[in-house]
Ligand binder design. Sequence first.
Ligand code: DX5
Ligand code: ZN
Length: 244
Amino acid sequence: MSEASGLGAGPTPRGAAALPRGAALAPSLLSADFARLGEEIAAVRDGGAGLLHLDVMDGHFVPNLTIGPPVVASVRRVTDLPLDVHLMIEQPDRYIERFVEAGADMISVHQETVPHLHRTIALIRQLGAAAGVALNPATPVGTLEAILPDLDFVLLMSVNPGFGGQRFIPSSIGKVRAVRRMVQERGLATRIEVDGGIGAETLPALLEAGADLFVAGSAVYDGRDPRARTAALVALLSPPGRRG
Ligand code: DX5
Ligand code: ZN
């Protein structure tokens, strides 16, 4: 498989080089205690997290509000983990540059929000971040067909975006398998990220289906020991048969 990705959208961006190699866990700060964000980040880093997932919501595309560029900039100052910014906002083009300036290494936009996806993806990559397209559970993977060679990663939602702690939607596993096949058939190095309802029960089937970046919010932070919870999930990424 080629190491290059996104050949259709210019040179490999800085953010793509920051991506962890192989399977990695991306704790979502959405379920963290924002009054203790520095400690919450240090805990998952110690537990073996490969990147940090930051959920940006606008109260329009999704029925919830979260963070903006200032919080991303604060997180950037306390960690060297790659920052994976998931934009669940309408008109994301208006804000992409500010998130990259704040320190985002990866930016995903929802296909459902963007009329000129190729232009938006090129903008993200020109600014130096790795570019991803997120798909809601009801959006077919066939909609990736034309844009796939231009992407550093695909983000498949396994819940309807907007909230942490929702139940995993099982049809997501088939979507992961289908995107893995598309990536392989084209000889691409596009990463496949999954997000929503991921924990010890759901992660192994997603790994087997071909996902490589695993977002986990409540499974990491809805408890007393995010370091241990991260380590337990990271251990599932390299089961005995696949070690080495
Ligand atoms: C939901 C967000 C997720 C969320 C996942 O819209 O995109 O990243 O934090 O939370 P869990 O892992 O609890 O489903
Ligand atoms: Zn997310």
